[in-house]
Design a protein around this ligand. Structure first.
Ligand code: SF4
Length: 376
């Protein structure tokens, strides 16, 4: 545990918080992009500790949360098809579409399975050629290489009973869309370290300069985040707008070239709807035409917009769009902690382990990294 402890040192955290306070002449508005960072900021009490000094608003960086309801609806319709199983990561099964979740579909006879890796779905298809397996490919640039590899492996094995339903999204176009939105309040970004580890951050320079916005690549531990916040504050106070890397132990400017090559072999960049943000130019991936035989959206195109289930408009009850775009704090939602809890979620941000509403429900303003230090 020594390695983790180094990034959770309360004394160092205290010094960083003091320096942030002494440098900040105003309550700057920062957005952390990734849901993992949101959880860490709340779990370690950083958001609470700095609430009078810095406004931290939570970005749309939870891939499960931003998957459009229409994609979830299509996944559910696929799961209801004979001799067809919809395979996904665990979080996805509880996320509501416009009508219900994949979990509820199971109770109506739908066939779903959860796995830890897309390659597990390929293995299921290899072992049972009488069933068609569709992997629900959700996630940022971080998971796209693994789903691309699944397609390549299925091709190598000559599988005809495997396809993927692609809902991958790209982070940088969403950051730009947030900055360009008319009611944007974000003044600096904490960029997601894991995404930059794969995709690199060369292209953030242009974004930072043209939008006059500091972008600091940060990790997920308390000291990573505090150093990232401090770097943002220093830039904002000095009127500088550039990209800084505070996650050098993992991320390099060019990213992971091999992972990017795998993505490029299988996917091409395309416009994509994000739940809460709407259609984002270049905001996601689709399969290249060459791999169309593995494209579940193509194979099951006749199911799009088709539904036999009663309509319960969950979107109307849930203010996920406001939360995902940073306009509403989860605790300001009238359903938070009442009608909507992790056991009975009304929306994706309460379901996912990276969702902002789930983070507030689990961690709220409780103990802080500083109070932990006081106990020693
Ligand atoms: S608390 Fe629940 S209903 Fe409110 S925005 Fe979050 S997920 Fe939606």
């Amino acid at each position: 545990m020594k390695y983790i402890d180094e990034y959770r040192d309360p004394q160092r955290a205290r010094l960083l918080i003091a320096e942030i306070r002494s440098r900040a002449s105003q309550r700057w508005v920062l957005m952390e992009v990734c849901g993992g960072q949101t959880h860490s900021l709340l779990r370690h009490g950083i958001a609470e500790e700095l609430r009078n000094d810095i406004e931290l608003i939570h970005g749309p960086g939870c891939p499960v949360c931003v998957t459009p309801a229409a994609a979830i609806d299509l996944a559910q319709s696929i799961a209801m098809q004979p001799k067809t199983t919809l395979v996904s990561f665990g979080d996805m099964v509880r996320v509501p579409g416009t009508q219900s979740s994949l979990l509820e579909i199971r109770t109506r006879g739908g066939s779903t399975k959860t796995v830890y890796s897309p390659l597990d779905a390929v293995e299921l298809a290899r072992r049972n050629r009488n069933e068609h397996y569709v992997f629900f490919a959700v996630g940022f640039e971080t998971t796209a290489p693994a789903t691309a590899l699944a397609v390549l492996q299925a091709d190598q094995l000559g599988l005809t009973n495997f396809s993927i339903l692609v809902a991958h999204v790209r982070v940088q176009p969403a950051m730009e869309a947030i900055l360009r939105s008319p009611n944007n309040r974000v003044q600096a970004f904490l960029a997601a370290g894991h995404v930059c580890t794969v995709a690199g951050f060369e292209s953030y320079s242009d974004l930072s300069k043209k939008m006059d916005t500091p972008i600091v690549v940060t990790g997920f531990e308390p000291l990573d985040l505090l150093e990232g916040i401090l770097a943002c504050v220093i830039q904002l106070e000095n009127g500088q707008y550039s990209v800084e890397n505070r996650y050098a132990r993992c991320a390099v400017e060019a990213g992971n070239i091999e992972a990017q090559q795998v993505i490029d072999r299988v996917y091409e960049v395309a416009d994509r709807p994000w739940r809460g943000l709407g259609e984002i130019a270049n905001g996601g991936y689709i399969l290249k035409h060459k791999w169309q035989r593995f494209d579940a959206a193509h194979r099951f195109a006749h199911l799009q917009n088709e539904s036999t289930l009663p309509i319960i408009d969950l979107e109307n009850e849930c203010q996920a769009a406001e939360v995902l775009s940073g306009r509403l704090r989860p605790t300001e939602c009238s359903a938070f902690g009442k009608e909507c809890t992790p056991d009975l979620p009304l929306g994706a941000p309460m379901v996912s382990s990276e969702g902002a509403c789930a983070a507030y429900f689990r961690f709220g303003p409780k103990e802080t990294v500083l109070s932990q230090g006081n106990q020693h």
